[in-house]
Design a protein around this ligand. Structure first.
Ligand code: TRP
Length: 332
């Protein structure tokens, strides 16, 4: 079985776009690969989260992934900071990561632009920490989006450079996991192409959203003045509403509104009302499970402990081997 590693950002709640994108793939992958999913809380420190918030944010993210169906008995799900071996490998890999290449990294340049007041060394070496996350389990596949491809390329670079410096064939090249054509892109509610948290308030439907919040957001979704001809091609904003409907509503419902659109009888108010109710029904079991898990600290603690133990096994082995290759020897 080939190994997969994926880091999960510890900010932000899951929305339908996450669910129909990466998470559905995680759910499948956990049965076909040896998966390590971890919550990247070390990485989150680059933005200096408040100590009073850190733990709860991590817990919320963990709970939401579990609520989606990541099975801790099948996949290994752990908290990054529970695996200090990652920090050790990061330190070791930092010795052969060059400042020049780190400064040229697109994500670093973006950060400088957007957070000029906090350009810390952790930001500069973010790709080294990410490489440590991946190399520590000798991952073959990393399911990441386009925005992370450069980081993955740097991971390969660091692994290869390690091999060259120490004249070994230790690290193999991890590659991006190809989601194939199955990846469904979920549009946002504001007429923008993509559902996302950073696209602004009201654009995303979160798995933890209460019914009223969903109704409010859906009723405010962007539409237009209505079709002006029978069977006309739907403009993007309207197509987006139908795409959303296809993910949560019954095929008959979609067909009904499609027919209404084609015969110019459609009333967007009715369409949105229906869409909101179907979204509420879709999200309800997730919301319930999130609430249930949030209150079950015994279970959560067990999952975290078990995840850390499983991750340790593979991490310890890598760090021991790397130390040996580098030339560290135990005294006595
Ligand atoms: N940088 C990734 C992101 O922003 C998160 C991440 C950290 C990651 N370490 C990783 C992803 C290791 C894959 C593998 O989404």
């Amino acid at each position: 079985m080939e190994t997969v590693v994926s880091g999960i950002r510890s900010t932000g709640n899951l929305h339908l776009g996450n669910y129909f994108g990466a998470i559905k793939n995680f759910l499948k992958m956990q049965h076909t690969h040896r998966c390590y999913f971890f919550i990247a809380d070390y990485h989150s420190l680059t933005t200096h989260p408040h100590p009073a918030d850190l733990h709860n944010t991590v817990k919320q993210v963990l709970v939401e992934y579990l609520a989606c169906g990541i099975d801790p008995e099948v996949a290994t799900i752990y908290i990054q900071s529970d695996l200090p071996e990652t920090a050790e490998l990061y330190l070791l890999m930092n010795m052969n990561a060059y400042v020049g290449e780190l400064e040229r990294c697109t994500s670093f340049k973006d950060k400088i632009r957007n957070h000029a007041d906090n350009v810390n060394a952790g930001l500069l070496t973010y790709p080294v920490l990410m490489a440590a996350d991946i190399l520590i389990h000798k991952a073959k596949y990393v399911p990441v989006g386009k925005d992370q491809e450069q980081h993955l390329e740097m991971t390969r670079q660091f692994g290869n450079r390690f091999n060259r410096i120490y004249d070994v064939e230790y690290f193999e090249e991890p590659v991006a996991f190809n989601f194939g054509t199955e990846l469904v892109k979920i549009p946002g509610l504001d007429g923008s192409g993509k559902m996302g948290k950073s696209e602004g308030e009201g654009n995303a439907i979160f798995l933890f959203d209460a019914p009223d919040a969903i109704r409010k957001k859906v009723m405010r979704a962007v539409s237009d003045a209505g079709p002006t001809e029978e069977n006309q091609k739907k403009p993007e904003t309207i197509e987006n509403l139908f795409t959303l409907m296809k993910t949560v509503s019954k095929p008959e419902t979609v067909a009904f509104f499609d027919e209404q659109y084609n015969t110019m009888k459609v009333r967007y108010g009715d369409l949105k009302k229906q869409l909101a109710e179907d979204m509420i029904t879709f999200v309800a079991p997730f919301r319930e499970r999130i609430l249930e898990l949030s209150n079950d600290n015994d279970y959560i603690n067990k999952v975290v402990k078990q995840g850390a133990e499983k991750a340790h096994e593979s991490a310890r082995k890598t760090v021991e081997e790397v130390r040996e290759i580098i030339g560290f020897k135990r005294f006595g």
